[in-house]
Write a protein that binds this ligand. Structure first.
Ligand SMILES: Nc1ncnc2c1ncn2[C@@H]1O[C@H](COP(=O)(O)OP(=O)(O)OP(=O)(O)O)[C@@H](O)[C@H]1O
Ligand SMILES: Nc1nc2c(ncn2[C@@H]2O[C@H](COP(=O)(O)O)[C@@H](O)[C@H]2O)c(=O)[nH]1
Length: 206
């Protein structure tokens, strides 16, 4: 077997587009067999969030020590807080042949692309910028200033979508969930076919 590793699936997109909502729909679905990479962050816990489930919540000092110890696949400072993907669980999972699903912002996705060019990159986009603003306001978890900041960041993030393998518009949650699952299934088929062709070619060369 040439590539027995699991697939690294990166779902990115601006804050408020619905990444968390779509990700939850994916993981609630019985067909889903991916593992979820729980990120670390220094931001304050929101009401209803659970440490070790939604995020591993860390102090700034703890996070900076983890950076120094090279414990992240990627990390980024996003609107005054650190966010990062712990390296150990991701590597263990893909080496074990299981797919790992990362839900991260755009700067972090760029770092993943440099380290794991074979990962699958999916950008979740809003139908319009107005939808994004409405969703952030509707979620009611951030102050007006932070929402403004996130919208400004989103405008720059949306310019990066052409660098992704796929763009999925999150108009309706279940449709976005289904599209993402179909993309992953198709990607597995493609990679398997390429691997078989490569193996056949190598045997012919021998
Ligand atoms: N397709 C949709 N239609 C309408 N509302 C949606 C849709 N998807 C998500 N939402 C709502 O938009 C808000 C933001 O969604 P969510 O928190 O999942 O976004 P996010 O991209 O994960 O944000 P962040 O990056 O800040 O964590 C939530 O209130 C959610 O219920
Ligand atoms: N680069 C990374 N970005 C991450 C990670 N985990 C989450 N995120 C992204 O941060 C913003 C803000 O999240 P919020 O929970 O404060 O709303 C959002 O775009 C997340 O997708 C990570 O490990 N690395």
């Amino acid at each position: 077997m040439i590539n027995p590793q699991g697939l690294m699936i990166v779902l990115s997109g601006p804050s408020g587009v619905g990444k968390g909502t779509v990700r939850k729909a994916i993981f609630d679905h019985p067909d889903t067999e991916f593992e979820y990479s729980i990120s670390m962050t220094t931001r304050n816990m929101r009401e209803g969030e659970v440490d070790g489930v939604d995020y591993f919540f860390k102090s700034k000092k703890e996070f900076e020590q983890l950076i120094a110890d090279d414990k992240f696949i990627e990390y980024a400072q996003y609107v005054d807080n650190y966010y990062g993907t712990p390296v150990d669980y991701c590597i263990e999972t893909i080496n074990d042949g299981r797919d790992i699903f990362l839900e991260i912002e755009v700067e972090g996705a760029k770092q993943v692309r440099e380290k794991f060019p074979n990962a699958l990159f999916i950008f979740l986009a809003p139908p319009t910028l107005g939808h994004l603003e409405d969703r952030l306001i509707g979620r009611g978890t951030e102050s007006d200033d932070i929402i403004k900041n996130r919208i400004e960041t989103a405008k720059k993030e949306l310019e990066m979508m052409s660098l992704y393998d796929y763009v999925v518009i999150n108009d309706e949650v279940d449709a976005a969930r289904q599209t993402i699952q179909s993309i992953v299934t198709a990607e597995h088929h493609n990679r398997k076919r390429i691997e078989q062709q490569l193996r056949k070619h190598l045997l012919e060369v021998d």
